[in-house]
Design a protein around this ligand. Structure first.
Ligand SMILES: [Zn+2]
Length: 375
């Protein structure tokens, strides 16, 4: 096989209190003569303003674009503005929605893009994909480009709601299960496993298993770097495979079913990881449960306001959210309802094994007859 080329950011900076003085960092690598700073409707606006003042002080011409909430039309509008105003550098400051909006505008106009996440709740902060909504429909993924630079101010990350950190941990841990799904798909002849990108994804996630407290600067840095490496693993693989398996399908399915009641992506993925670990009969299940207890990650659907019945339905529909992705769910749902019920029991501590009783009445059992169609 010929060697491959991976685009990686030219600039990576992870450190405290850096937003007010980005000009020296940026001007070393980029043309900052005309900068557009994109932010969201919430607290990210204030951080954007700090960045804008610093850049203006350094002599850059700066324009701001606030209120970005992850809509495709906003990305198109921003792309038009980038062209019309001859913007040389786009900066996205905020959560995933802001970053994805600016990322797509940058990719489609060929403009350098700097990702400045204010929360680290998922691995989209460094991926070449933008997930946006169009005309009120569910989010879709659009091909974008890797950010040319990534700046993580860990002091800002520390101010974000604690659940964003837990979600980030969930999204990072999913690499460990996604890799098992990928290997399974490879064994079944349904995909080609790539050991190199899987190694990056695993190396990014493993250190998280030893964390005792999510609220220390060292943990924030570990989490940020792990999520950044996940983006790199996906870029190396040319697919989200190293970081997205059955647990992600469950989360996508929950998004569809719950609408506005859906929890954060990484929180739902964390739940999906338990299910996937149980389905793989992986020793990781015990490790994850202990870790979740220590860090406060959701270890039962009820922790996210989701009923067991809702979760079960979402699991049954999960493979249909991405039919081409072969995972452990593909095989689990081929079995009888009892198998799924047992896995749910293993994952979430509920037992459905008594013959003729809870299994017969459980949502898993009653819906299982439709599972082939759901696949
Ligand atoms: Zn994810």
């Amino acid at each position: 096989m010929a060697s491959r080329t991976i685009t990686i950011p030219r600039l990576l900076h992870v450190g405290p209190d850096c937003l007010s003085d980005l000009a020296p960092l940026l001007s070393e690598h980029f043309d900052i003569s005309r900068v557009c700073v994109g932010s969201g409707p919430g607290p990210s606006r204030e951080f954007a303003s700090t960045v804008e003042h610093g850049l203006t002080r350094a002599g850059a011409r700066v324009v701001g674009e606030s209120g970005l909430i992850g809509r495709l039309d906003q990305a198109a509008e921003l792309a038009a503005r980038t062209i019309a105003e001859e913007v040389t550098l786009l900066i996205g400051i905020g959560g995933g929605r802001v970053i994805d909006t600016v990322k797509l505008a940058a990719a489609r106009t060929g403009t350098d893009f700097i990702s400045v996440p204010t929360t680290i709740s998922h691995d989209g902060i460094s991926s070449p994909v933008a997930s946006l909504t169009y005309e009120g429909r569910l989010r879709s993924s659009y091909a974008a480009a890797m950010p040319a630079g990534i700046i993580v101010d860990v002091s800002v990350i520390a101010l974000a709601p604690p659940r964003t950190l837990r979600a980030g941990a969930g999204d990072l841990l999913s690499n460990l299960l996604a890799i098992q799904d990928w290997q399974l798909a490879d064994r079944r002849g349904e995909d080609d496993f790539d050991a190199f990108s899987a190694m990056i994804a695993e190396t990014a996630a493993r250190p998280l298993l030893n964390i005792t407290d999510l609220h220390t600067p060292a943990s924030h840095e570990l989490l940020a770097k792990g999520l950044l490496l996940s983006g790199l693993a996906m870029a190396a693989a040319g697919t989200s495979r190293p970081c997205s398996g059955a647990e992600h399908l469950v989360s996508h399915s929950l998004d569809e079913a719950l609408g506005k009641r859906a929890a954060l992506h990484g929180e739902q993925v964390a739940l999906g990881c338990l299910l996937s670990a149980a389905a793989h009969e992986s020793p990781l299940l015990g490790e994850l449960k202990t870790l979740y207890g220590r860090l406060g990650l959701p270890s039962h659907p009820a922790d996210l306001g989701i009923s067991m019945g809702e979760l079960t339905k979402a699991v049954l529909r999960a493979p249909s959210t991405r039919p081409e992705r072969y995972t452990v769910l593909t095989e689990l749902l081929d079995g009888d309802g009892r198998q799924l019920a047992e896995v749910l029991g293993e994952a979430f501590g509920q037992r459905f094994t008594a013959p003729g009783s809870p299994l017969r009445r459980s949502p898993a059992a009653s819906i299982s007859s439709t599972s082939p169609g759901a696949r």
